[in-house]
Design a protein around this ligand. Structure first.
Ligand code: PLP
Length: 367
């Protein structure tokens, strides 16, 4: 006997259906470029684009404002590219002037990799201004917009981004497991001219161009990840219904309220990113007092309420940083309030003076 189940026995996804989801992603990015929906978590297009665009003989400027930039540098070096790392402290953002200076010092740079917003460190970079200087220099511009899409404007065409990679699992409120990239004409040319670009490979963007896009989007090269594709479609429908500008405004409010609320809470908590305009709308990072351990505070808060979107910083940041991941369904006044109240309770337990009521008032007032 076959038991019916909503996730099972689905009809195969048709090419027309797949193409319609692709068009919705293009609309989300306001782009005329080709969009490829990649059949895996965002690391798939992030890696595929670097392996397609960089090669021995390339010189890449890799901007490091958090852990993802470090990963990109490793891939670039692995491809044989000469890598110039432009690292800035995690409490700040990179400036267009810094990028411009690096490009002027190394005219041979032909690839620039940048993370738009870093959920892991809580900063966001001025991509529009950086895009202008990268464009003037002529390098290919690669952007990780996984943590910014849905939380703040992402405009690859207006900003001159050649490869804009997104994933649904952060501010879009969707699943991890499918991702997408918009690819400029220049980027396709660069990939095609690179003998080392992945071909006949799961990492290959060129396969999708040759077998799907150039064929008029009529025949799928292989069966798409069906459940994730349906979830991505549902997530895009929900964003269209809410309005992308309403969604980004919700994230901006969550970030502003968390920042102001944490200051009002006291107990030694401070915004990790010094300048509010450099703080990412997707997640707010907080610095804990030097004699406390952020991972212990977070563990205690989560023991009391496991549903809170709290995490300690990764790796070396585990002691000093708390992340409030107020994205997607978590970008609400309630989530921000209960996150700060929970942090207030554990700081109080650690003997700090906190003002939970004051934090509540500030959150409610700033929303
Ligand atoms: C979340 C995120 C990704 C995707 O990585 P996961 O940790 O696997 O979800 C990539 N880049 C950035 C900047 C991110 O914030």
């Amino acid at each position: 006997m076959t038991v019916t189940h909503p996730l099972l026995d689905l009809a195969p996804m048709t090419a027309a259906h797949f193409a319609s989801v692709e068009r919705r992603v293009a609309a989300l990015l306001s782009t005329e470029q080709d969009v490829v929906i990649t059949q895996g978590e965002a690391l798939l297009p992030l890696e595929g684009c670097i392996r397609s665009g960089a090669r021995a003989g390339s010189t890449a400027l890799n901007v490091v404002t958090g852990p993802y930039g470090q990963t990109f540098g490793d891939w670039l070096r692995d491809c044989g590219a000469t890598v110039i790392d432009l690292a800035v402290p995690f409490h700040t953002a990179v400036t267009a002037e810094q990028v411009e200076r690096a490009l002027a010092e190394h005219p041979e740079i032909d690839f620039v990799s940048l993370v738009h917003a870093e959920a892991a460190t809580g900063n966001t970079n001025p991509v529009a201004e950086i895009g202008e200087v990268v464009r003037a220099h002529g390098a290919l511009f690669y952007l990780d917009a996984v943590a910014s899409i849905g939380a703040e404007p992402v405009l690859p065409d207006a900003w001159g981004v050649d490869l804009c990679i997104i994933g649904a699992q952060k501010a879009m409120g969707g699943p991890a497991g499918v991702s997408a990239v918009s690819v400029s004409e220049r980027a396709w040319e660069r990939f095609a001219a690179n003998p080392a670009a992945p071909r006949r490979s799961y990492l290959s963007l060129l396969d999708w161009k040759e077998r799907w896009i150039d064929g008029g989007r009529t025949a799928l090269p292989h069966a798409p990840a069906q459940l994730e594709m349906l979830a991505l479609e549902a997530c895009l429908e929900r964003i269209e219904a809410e309005g992308l500008d309403v969604l980004t405004a919700r994230h901006a409010s969550a970030a502003a309220a968390t920042r102001a609320g944490a200051v009002a809470l006291g107990g030694g908590l401070e915004p990790y990113v010094y300048e509010a305009r450099e703080a990412a709308p997707v997640a707010t990072t907080l610095r804990v007092p030097a004699d406390l351990d952020a991972s212990v505070l977070v563990a205690k808060a989560l023991a009391a309420d496991p549903s809170l979107p709290l995490a300690a910083g990764g790796g070396a940041l585990a002691r000093e940083m708390i992340r409030v991941n107020h994205y997607g369904a978590g970008a609400t006044p309630d989530t921000v309030e209960s996150s700060l109240a929970a942090l207030g309770a554990v700081l109080d337990g650690a003997g700090r003076t906190v003002d939970v009521e004051g934090a509540r008032r500030v959150v409610a007032g700033s929303w």
